[in-house]
Design a protein around this ligand. Structure first.
Ligand code: ATP
Length: 235
């Protein structure tokens, strides 16, 4: 397989003042794999995701997304192929579910109709025409997930997607991630939840203070004597 990786980071550092939010980070992500990004608060997980999206630019090194420099105008034009679920999603309370998806579809340059099936897939078809302000937290997160699935993205970046989610929504979420992975998507998911690593991770990248300190399968990491105990206990 000589195709370039859909996502690649080569020696990537992002500085906030003197602090390196990421420090010489290297990895590549491949189609049909779900990679979990693990690490404690402040380890640099969200920064990695934002660098891949091009929301922020690297100070050193190179980030490539679908063959283009992340953040370049060419990469921005690929937004229809990228699904991003931020840590906190701002949904407008006055829009209905259907209108919310139409709004995101327009942002991505996709057709604004035909989103009923997506609402059904995340189990909120019955609330399609209700305002988001009346939704429960689980329903809002399902809608946020539906937004990331618009246009069948080739790359999915999910930032702590199931934090605070009810068990049924969580299971649905796992099922959808597995389905997308099996369909060949390249998935990066940040989480603290061991259950999620066990269920979803083909590979785990562990970050600590901006550095990648481990990279492998869950069983690799469990045997990784070099990992700090505090981290080994969480993977
Ligand atoms: P969390 O699990 O809390 O989201 P994280 O692993 O995603 O943590 P990041 O949000 O990537 O961590 O933050 C990495 C480091 O960079 C932290 O020390 C954070 O304080 C710092 N940082 C992140 N964004 C900024 C910013 N806009 N300005 C200054 N420092 C920042």
């Amino acid at each position: 397989n000589n195709r370039p990786a859909p996502v690649s980071l080569s020696n990537v550092s992002k500085l906030y003042g003197q602090q390196r939010a990421t420090n010489a980070v290297n990895f590549e992500l491949y189609p049909g794999q779900c990679t979990v990004l693990a690490g404690h608060n402040g380890a640099g997980k969200s920064t990695v995701i934002k660098l891949i999206l091009g929301l922020i630019r690297a100070d050193e090194g190179k980030v490539t997304l679908l063959d283009h420099d992340a953040g370049s105008s060419q990469a921005v034009r690929l937004r229809a192929h990228i699904g991003y679920l931020p840590e906190t999603v701002a949904l407008h309370p006055a829009l209905t579910g259907t209108e919310t998806l139409a709004f995101y579809a327009r942002l991505k340059g996709l057709p604004t109709s035909d989103n009923q099936a997506l609402l059904a897939r995340v189990g909120i078809a019955q609330a399609a025409h209700k305002r988001v302000g009346t939704y429960s937290k689980g329903m809002r997160q399902r809608l946020a997930l539906a937004q990331t699935l618009l246009g069948k993205p080739r790359v999915l970046l999910l930032d702590e997607p199931t934090t605070g989610l009810d068990p049924a929504s969580r299971l649905l979420f796992y099922e959808i991630v597995q389905e997308l992975r099996d369909a060949g998507a390249t998935i990066l998911l940040s989480t603290h939840a061991l259950a999620e690593m066990e269920r979803l991770a083909d590979r785990i990248i562990v970050m600590q203070q901006g550095r990648k300190i481990a990279d492998g399968t869950l069983s690799d990491l469990r045997q990784h004597a070099g990992l700090p105990v505090r981290i080994r206990l969480t993977v």
